[in-house]
Structure formats: C-alpha cells, structure tokens
Write a protein that binds this ligand. Structure first.
Ligand SMILES: [Zn+2]
Length: 346
C-alpha cells in the first residue's frame, strides 16, 4: 500500500462578522477548501447546515406528467426511435419491461436511453436492486453489441443517471443515459490523465491505493460489497457529498460482471435509502471508465445527491461558482455525511 502518495490537502479559513441575530456580537464561521487528491480540483466545505430537506408533494409533482410521457408502455414502442440495421438489426433492445433505444437528442453519435420499466413514477426507495442491476445489464448488452461490430465509438462506455427534476431530468419516468464514445468527457479525461501520471510517478494504481487508504483510515469508508469499495468523496461535487464506488481489478465498464452489477445496485440502494432519510429525492450517477488496457485506472461510479436550494422557486443547487468555475460546495463535512450513510452499510 502506497498511501503516503495520496495527499488529502485542505486549507481552513475563517469568516468574522457581527451577528445581527445576536445584537451584532462578533461571530466566527469556519470553512474549508479541499483538493481532490487525484485531479487537484478544489471543493469548498461551507454553509454548514443540518442535512435535512423538506420533500415536495410528490402526488402534485407527478400529476399529469404520465399523459405526455414518451417512456410509458403505451407510447414507448410508438414514439421512440430505432437504431439503423447496421447498428442493431432489431432496432431496440428489450429486457422484461425495460427498453433501450436511441436518444432523440443525442450527446454523441452513439447515444441511447434505457427506460427502467413500465412504472411511470418510482420513488427512489422503491427502485429495487433487481431493477437497477437489470437496467445496467441492458446497457452492457448494448455496449457488447457495439464491441462485436467493432464500432469506432466503442471506446468509453458510459451510463449516466439523472433521477427526478433537481438532477436535470425533464422526464419523471426513470431512465438511464447510455452512450459509447471515443471522446472522454472533461472530468473523466482529467482523471484518466491524472491516474496515468500517478501510476508513472508511484508505480501504483491511484484507485487501488485510495480504496486501501480510505478503508484503513475509516472516516470516509462505507464498506465493501463483492469487489466494490464504497466511500465518501474527500472533495465532493454535490452539496450533500458524493459517494464513490470503486470496483477492484477492473479498468472499464465492460470488465463488470453480472455479480459486480448486482453489488453496485445493492450499494446504490443503501446509499439512496440513507439520502432519502435526509429528505433527498434526486441524484446524478455517472460511470467513470477507462479504455481497454488502461490498467492505471479502475472502473468507478459517482453518486451525487441533488436538491433545490429553494423548493418553491426550484432554485438549482448549482450556481455561478459551480457552473462557470466548476468550484463545488458541500454543506457538511464529508466525514459527518459518511456517518449518516454508514448505518446502512454495517
Ligand atoms: Zn412514463
């Protein structure tokens, strides 16, 4: 274990002000700026607040959205596109009540959507492990088909999940974004370059070292399911922290076995249950993958809870700081958030 090569750096700061809620008595407010040990990306831990959010009236939120939903069973086979024959002769991939088809608004030349079943609205805690694992299997089946025909975009195989409107989803019906690309997205590309540099510098694999280091240190570690390590990010992007799952002995999405997908789904279920107890009902989840042979990296995913800063106004939790500087803020210490999540892992 080369844990000495992973540096958890932070700068602590203090704000002094005169408090209007206490007769203008002096008050000191702490904050901390952390650096992601791999990329150096900074994240601010500030705005300390109780990790408890009011949930909206879901009946009202969902009411009327099924009528125009393109993913509901009566519509999905009629209004969603098909892949051309050279890509997928059957047009769409199906598994039980799940269906995968091209995204009408593609992010890349190979860009698909996987609808996670017939149910229009599934509360976060009602998404079963079996359903999640089957959805991921369907995405991997699609990726394998691209591999089989030697498609030039079959390089990085990505599954993204925007669940419910605070995460950026405009459709209530649960679905995954599934795409294959030769062009790695920004943060994934930066991580891959940084993990290659780390391997060259230390002779080790950053993700293996991180998992070992966090397991030994304990305050950000959640547990292990099969060969998947679950931990809280040291410098999270989400306002209520991020959870990272690192799968040992893998370097890309296509290295995941059916058991890995089941373990990933079980871990996600536990994480979702814990965030649900805080009042969080929305999240982003991205796969981070290397290419075939990228032994300097490990397949990992990031789960990032999302919320509205103001429910009534639908104020996003991403403002100028994050959108234009890519500087994130987290409203509690990740180690404290980890305590709230850990109960579900013990
Ligand atoms: Zn629907």
């Amino acid at each position: 274990m080369r844990t000495e090569t992973i540096a958890f750096e932070s700068v602590r700061k203090e704000t002094r002000l005169l408090n209007p809620l206490n007769d203008m008595a002096p008050r000191t407010i702490a904050s901390e700026i952390r650096r992601d040990p791999l990329t150096g990306r900074s994240a601010r831990i500030c705005h300390f607040m109780k990790l408890s959010w009011p949930k909206p009236d879901f009946d009202r939120l969902v009411a009327g959205t099924a009528e125009h939903c393109p993913f509901c069973p009566q519509k999905v086979q009629r209004v969603t596109p098909c892949f051309p024959e050279d890509l997928l002769p059957e047009g769409r991939l199906t598994a039980g009540d799940m269906v995968l088809f091209p995204n009408l608004a593609p992010y890349d030349s190979i860009s698909a959507v996987a609808v996670l079943g017939a149910e229009h609205y599934l509360p976060m805690t009602a998404i079963t492990v079996e359903r999640m694992a089957a959805g991921f299997r369907l995405a991997l089946d699609f990726f394998r088909r691209l591999e089989e025909i030697g498609h030039p975009e079959s390089v990085y195989h990505v599954v993204n999940w925007n669940y419910m409107p605070p995460s950026g989803s405009s459709i209530i019906h649960p679905h995954l974004q599934v795409f294959a690309t030769s062009t790695a997205p920004n943060l994934m590309r930066q991580e891959l370059a940084a993990s290659a540099a780390y391997a060259q510098r230390t002779g080790g694999n950053y993700w293996d070292d991180l998992a070992a280091c966090e397991e030994a240190e304990g305050r950000r570690y959640l547990g292990r399911l099969g060969r998947t390590h679950w931990l809280s990010a040291y410098a999270p992007m989400g306002v209520a922290g991020d959870v990272v799952a690192v799968v040992a002995d893998t370097c890309r999405t296509l290295d995941l076995t059916a058991q890995d997908l089941a373990d990933i789904a079980e871990g996600l279920r536990r994480v979702m249950a814990a965030y649900d107890r805080m009042g969080i009902y929305s999240f982003n989840m991205n796969f981070f993958t290397g290419r075939s042979g990228d032994d300097h990296t490990r397949f990992h995913l990031v789960f990032s809870p999302r919320t509205f800063f103001n429910q009534a106004l639908a104020t996003p939790d991403v403002g100028a700081l994050r959108n234009l500087f890519n500087e994130s803020l987290c409203m509690a210490y990740p180690e404290e958030i980890n305590e709230l999540l850990r109960a579900g892992f013990s």
